[in-house]
Design a protein around this ligand. Structure first.
Ligand SMILES: Cc1cc2nc3c(=O)[nH]c(=O)nc-3n(C[C@H](O)[C@H](O)[C@H](O)COP(=O)(O)OP(=O)(O)OC[C@H]3O[C@@H](n4cnc5c(N)ncnc54)[C@H](O)[C@@H]3O)c2cc1C
Ligand SMILES: NC(=O)C1=CN([C@@H]2O[C@H](COP(=O)(O)OP(=O)(O)OC[C@H]3O[C@@H](n4cnc5c(N)ncnc54)[C@H](O)[C@@H]3O)[C@@H](O)[C@H]2O)CC=C1
Length: 330
């Protein structure tokens, strides 16, 4: 019996884990790496005194049949639940109810529950920033920021945002160039917790003509801690770019001010506030690549930026990376 070399996967966001699960299911050993202390990437949740707060992805929709099917399996296992917020729209200074029929999903009891469950017992190195990916005579090797080498690996899947993928793809200039051509826009996120509930029916709101793009009542999502009235605000990409290096306290003050202006009820001082800057929040434009690949060399890049820039696109891109890799092995 021959021993298969593991496949290295850099990034434990939903794209990397989607690929990992598919390869593991096909009988291939994988080894995951992430620079963060936990999995989830932009679907991670921040633990706080007000419970877990979803600072990145707020909810997701499922339109592709393959993703619809997997989300149903996640629901059956209790990893996700449907969120049915009382939705509003803020436009031209008017806050109006904006109900619709769209099904929206969230991780349960927090967004990070999905990737945590997907990771399961797969082998992973956290707090391990990969700085170099190189090919020896036959196999792939990785170098991390602490100077450690990892390998050999039969294949490598880079599942990070495009600007972070580009340097890791430098051994295949065509792939590195494609990743470098995808700018990603930033998003400032602010979480607030109020000791008494705000007197509003709003649970989610799409916002126009404001520094804000979106706001959500975090505690209205299923399974969340409901002791405090928690909210998450997202700034527009444009406002974020203009205030990229603003101190967190000032960002919180500005976005809290914008929130108080539009929400239409008294907003007391929050008991807790925190700000997080997502430097690579969303691709500036969508692509239909699915995956970037050099199958002969055995290197692949996947992530939301290869498709729709949403959770669904990231998951599908991870599936596509695994599919292309397995196809080439046959
Ligand atoms: C503020 C915000 C709001 C959003 N809202 C929504 C929404 O409501 N609905 C929706 O569908 N989508 C939303 N998205 C987008 C969604 O979160 C992403 O499309 C999806 O999570 C991307 O997954 P991914 O696996 O491609 O990348 P990521 O989740 O970014 O995962 C990449 C991983 O790679 C790791 N990494 C990076 N570089 C290295 C390195 N050198 N070495 C090791 N590890 C590395 C990172 O730590 C990270 O864990 C939102 C995103 C943000 C930021
Ligand atoms: N802030 C960030 O960095 C990112 C935010 N992302 C957001 O994630 C969401 C995911 O998109 P989908 O899965 O397609 O979800 P969706 O179908 O709920 O929303 C898509 C878009 O349609 C609009 N919209 C939908 N429903 C309503 C409504 N009831 N009233 C008014 N407008 C509505 C709204 O503009 C929204 O952005 C979008 O809102 C993206 O803007 C995606 C990626 C990054």
């Amino acid at each position: 019996m021959t021993t298969l070399l593991p496949i290295a996967i850099i990034g434990t966001g939903i794209a990397g884990l989607s690929a990992a699960q598919a390869l593991h299911a096909a009988g291939h050993p994988v080894q995951l790496f992430d620079k963060s202390r936990g999995s989830g990437g932009r679907m991670s949740s921040k633990r706080s005194d007000a419970g877990a707060l979803d600072l990145g992805a707020q909810y997701f929709t499922a339109r592709d049949r393959r993703f619809v099917d997997v989300v149903q399996q996640w629901q059956a296992r209790g990893w996700v639940a449907e969120w049915t917020p009382s939705l509003y729209n803020f436009n031209n200074g008017q806050l109006t109810a904006s109900p619709d029929e769209q099904v929206r999903w969230v991780g349960s009891p927090r967004m990070s529950a999905i990737t945590r469950a997907m990771l399961g017992a797969l082998p992973v190195n956290f707090s391990c920033r990969i700085t170099e990916v190189f090919r020896g005579e036959q196999h792939w090797h990785l170098q991390d920021a602490d100077g450690n080498s990892h390998g050999p690996f039969s294949h490598v899947i880079v599942a990070t945002p495009a600007p972070q993928a580009s340097p890791l793809l430098s051994s295949v200039p065509k792939l590195a160039g494609a990743a470098a051509s995808v700018p990603m826009d930033p998003t400032w996120a602010v979480a607030l917790a109020f000791p008494t509930a705000l007197e509003t029916r709003v649970e989610g709101c799409f916002v126009q003509d404001s520094p804000l793009d979106w706001l959500a009542r975090n505690r209205s999502k299923p399974g969340r801690d409901t002791q405090l009235d928690t909210w998450v605000l997202h700034a527009t990409s444009q406002w974020t770019k203009q205030h990229l290096d603003m101190p967190k306290e000032a960002v919180t003050e500005h976005l809290l001010g914008a929130f108080a202006e539009l929400i239409g009820c008294a907003v007391p001082a929050p008991a807790l506030s925190l700000a997080h800057r997502w430097l690579y929040a969303r691709p500036a434009s969508a692509h239909q690549w699915g995956v970037l690949a050099d199958s002969d060399l055995g290197i692949y890049a996947c992530g939301d930026w290869c498709l729709s820039g949403r959770v669904e696109g990231a998951w599908l891109s991870g599936q596509e990376a695994a599919r292309r890799l397995l196809e080439h092995l046959q």
